[in-house]
Design a protein around this ligand. Structure first.
Ligand code: AR6
Length: 182
């Protein structure tokens, strides 16, 4: 399966997706917050916060996994993106790292479908076009590396779940820049 067949850009509410895992744009404390994180905690129910509290936090650029509870998604991968501070504090690298860590965790967990929100681009203030470029680069690097290894990658569907048409456009533009049209 080619990279183009694996990748999808959709507009919608990530909490409604029936996939193996949705990714949460989490904070280091893994506490229920606002934005997509708040929506995920509300839809998953209170047991999610209980499991998150037991994990003891997650560093920026890393990811951890919990059950999906009342969500249609079976699992939630909590990825902690960087807070935008102007771009000189390693924000690009940390954002790339949290996409990469999420994909590797999904692979280790033998998941076949995953959906990402636009991590860091809301409350954390990361410029949306720059973040989309990094998100697409991280996903394509992962897919290509898996293809080069010749191992059948368990991940068959990787979805960018965009909140609003503007976010769809920046992801489509980023895919086009990387040689993919959607
Ligand atoms: N489905 C898909 N995307 C969504 C949804 C949704 N239901 N709701 C919002 N978005 P943000 P961050 C988009 O602020 O910038 C929280 O308090 C939103 O439009 O959720 O990484 C956490 O606990 C934007 O494009 O996450 C952290 O403390 C994207 O999701 C902090 O905010 C990310 O926006 C994380 O901030």
């Amino acid at each position: 399966m080619s990279a183009a067949e694996k990748l999808e850009v959709i507009e919608g509410d990530i909490t409604t997706l029936d996939v193996d895992a949705i990714v949460n744009a989490a904070n280091q404390q893994l506490a229920p917050g606002g934005g997509v994180c708040g929506a995920i905690h509300s839809s998953a129910g209170p047991e999610l916060a209980v499991e998150c509290a037991k994990l003891g936090g997650c560093a920026t650029g890393e990811a951890c996994i919990t059950k999906g509870y009342e969500l249609p998604a079976k699992w939630i991968i909590h990825a902690v993106g960087p807070v935008w501070g102007g771009g000189e504090s390693g924000e690009d690298r940390l954002l790339y790292k949290c996409y990469d860590a999420s994909l590797k965790l999904a692979e280790e967990s033998k998941l076949s479908s995953i959906a990402f929100p636009a991590i860091s681009t809301g409350i954390y203030g990361f410029p949306a076009p720059r973040a989309a470029h990094i998100a697409v680069a991280a996903v394509l690097d992962y897919v290509r590396a898996a293809q080069e290894m010749g191992t059948p990658a368990p991940l068959k569907r990787i979805i960018f779940c965009c909140f609003g048409v503007e976010s769809v456009q920046v992801h489509q533009a980023a895919l086009a820049e990387h040689g993919h049209s959607h």
